[in-house]
Design a protein around this ligand. Sequence first.
Ligand code: ATP
Length: 246
Amino acid sequence: MSTALSINNIEVIYDHVILVLKGVSLAVPEGKIVALLGANGAGKSTTLKAISNLLTAERGNVTKGSIAFRGERVDRMTPNDLVQRGVIQVMEGRHCFAHLTVEENLLTGAYTRRIRHAEVKQELEKIYAYFPRLKVRRKSQSGYTSGGEQQMTAIGRAMMAKPSMILLDEPSMGLAPQIVEEIFEIVRDLNTREKVSFLLAEQNTLVALRHADFGYILENGRVVMEGAARELADNEDVKEFYLGVS
Ligand code: ATP
């Protein structure tokens, strides 16, 4: 099993003073789904932004450690360099363009990686096959679609860039359990059929562990537990602290 993404001992500081990640290491094997779990404020989003190099916009800085994608150091690259290598982030809160239609939002994804014109229609049809709801809503302004449809649009837009890895931040946020389940099933499908690896940050431990291959639990900027998703789901501490059962 080769490693797609590896993060080695990174530290992140905000505003030159606030140490938020205190030496985080993790790996995403090629073709797998890895869940990054932990409570609100544990550092999940910061980890994803560190990978995509989106921290500087928020006065954040990686001050130690290294990040590699397919063996190449990427921690000094621009967000666009990462996109060109097929690593696409879906931000927390979806960030669809509210005034654009669902289809126009999807098309912006093809632009980010300059997919050939002839391929665009074909890619769009592929996305609609995974997300039939988006086909029905393709002419609606995204701002008027549901939270679940916006999350699907955001993932679909990332897929339009033909990614090899998607960094997915909190896909379940604010969505009804049934929609969350639907979205995670599509993620699993995209992983299996399109061979996209996923690193997903999630507070919903139960759902994430049910669909992921591996999991890491972050507490206060440190990895406190890691392992196969099934083993974590059966672990007594995880059950007590994160799954609400004991
Ligand atoms: P959430 O699910 O709420 O997004 P998280 O696990 O993703 O939680 P982060 O958003 O990475 O956590 O935040 C980790 C810590 O860093 C928190 O204490 C947060 O307040 C702090 N933090 C996040 N962004 C900034 C910023 N731009 N400036 C200063 N501190 C920040």
